[in-house]
Design a protein around this ligand. Structure first.
Ligand code: ADP
Length: 393
């Protein structure tokens, strides 16, 4: 079975096709600047890399252009050859705890929770509707970023706010990056030679957006992102945990509107707020040449992660492994060292410097009580796998 995985954004569609017979990627690419005068298509197939410019009016036209490229390059004869399309959908609210075949009821529910993810769910739906328009008989599956965290117990997902904000306004912790946390957790289980349902893990997805998850016997029991992706770790441009009273203070004293504060906390804070860049490579370079604010940004970033490791170790009681993933988790030996190098006395972690510098998969010593892994995430592959499993039970 061939599965097309789509990640639709407001003006872009990321795509990848998997052949599930041998679980390999056949091609991938991105359609960008949809709705603008000149749109771009980047397509990678075998050794070929094709770049094209043309006007792409809307997502439906983008999907038609994609089908055309796939046919012209002999990847597919038509979309009829696909077994299904798996969509990344950011928010499933409390409705969805697993991948789900899309029908009108599912679409309605995704629409209902759209106010919780106004930048993402509506455009994810545009992608779904664009496929229905081009090929109505194609089976479509929604894989939700929030689904993996639906096992978090009530005492961990509730905020101590008036209760009706939960019952009437759906205010609770949902968590995000679920597809990535689940994917690397399963990969970690393979390395540990254990069933995922017997593994206790702390997964660290450290990219521009960053979150951690506490996984108890294969199930998420806590995660650092909350009602929105703003909570938790320090991120590229998001502040993560702050005292909410700072918002009232800034609003009153600097006369900032709610929209301005939203923009500041989401786009101008985090690493960028501290040292003017959210690129960890640049921060590391600047820090090593003595730039004080870059050093501070690095320290703040790693310290917040360590606090969550402590909290999640206690929440889990027993931890088999910490798993690093995401652009920073996979590539920054500096961050991994700062986070893990001094956790022996508290957690019995024996960090392996050499393995870390070499970006090995296992970066802990053999006799470390808790193992340390570096595992590249692959959300698209996980979406394809979940779509395939759902249709082949
Ligand atoms: P996104 O959340 O946008 O998907 P990524 O997972 O691609 O983000 O991660 C982006 C982050 O990873 C950036 O801060 C980038 O600087 C960092 N990064 C990528 N490569 C390296 C590297 N070799 N060393 C340190 N940081 C890196």
């Amino acid at each position: 079975m061939k599965i097309l995985v789509l990640n639709s954004g407001s003006s872009s569609i990321k795509f990848q096709i998997f052949d599930m017979k041998n679980v390999t990627s056949m091609c991938h690419g991105m359609i960008e600047q949809i709705g603008e005068e000149i749109g771009h298509i980047n397509f990678f197939y075998k050794d070929k890399s094709i770049t094209k410019e043309c006007n792409i009016k809307n997502h439906s036209e983008g999907i038609k252009i994609l089908e055309d490229i796939l046919m012209k390059n002999s990847v597919l004869k038509s979309f009829d050859e696909l077994g299904a399309v798996g969509h990344r959908v950011v928010h499933g609210g409390e409705y969805f705890s697993k991948p789900t075949i899309i029908n009108s009821d599912v679409i309605e529910k995704i629409e209902k929770v759209s106010p919780l993810a106004p930048l993402h769910n509506p455009v994810n739906l545009i992608g779904i509707k664009a496929i229905s328009k081009v090929n109505p008989s194609l089976v479509q599956v929604a894989v939700f970023d929030t689904a993996f965290h639906q096992t978090i117990p009530d005492y961990a997902y509730h905020y101590a706010l008036p209760y009706e904000y939960y019952t009437k306004n759906q205010v609770r912790r949902y968590g995000f990056h679920g597809t990535s946390h689940y994917y690397v957790a399963k990969e970690a289980a393979k390395i540990l030679h254990k069933d995922i349902n017997n593994c206790n893990l702390i997964t660290l997805h450290l990219g521009n957006g960053a979150s951690m998850a506490a996984i108890d016997k294969g199930k998420s029991i806590d995660t650092s992102m909350g009602f929105t992706p703003l909570e938790g770790l320090v991120m590229g441009t998001r502040c993560g945990d702050i005292d909410p009273a700072i918002i009232f203070y800034l609003s009153k004293n600097l006369n900032l509107s709610i929209d301005e504060l939203d923009n500041i906390l989401n786009k101008k804070s985090g690493l960028k707020g501290i040292c003017d860049t959210n690129d960890m490579r640049e921060i590391e370079q600047k820090a090593s040449s003595g730039n004080k604010r870059a050093k501070l940004a690095l320290e703040i970033f790693c310290y917040r992660i360590k606090k969550y490791i402590g909290a999640y170790s206690i929440a889990l009681g027993k931890v088999d492994a910490l798993v690093f993933t995401g652009g920073i988790g996979e590539h920054s030996s500096t961050v991994r060292e700062k986070v893990c190098n001094n956790l022996y006395n508290t957690l019995g972690i024996k960090f392996d410097q050499d393995a870390n510098i070499k970006h090995n998969t296992v970066i802990s010593k053999n006799d470390s009580k808790i193992k340390l892994f570096v595992i590249p995430t692959n959300e698209e592959l996980e979406i394809a796998k979940q779509t395939y499993e759902l249709l082949n039970i």
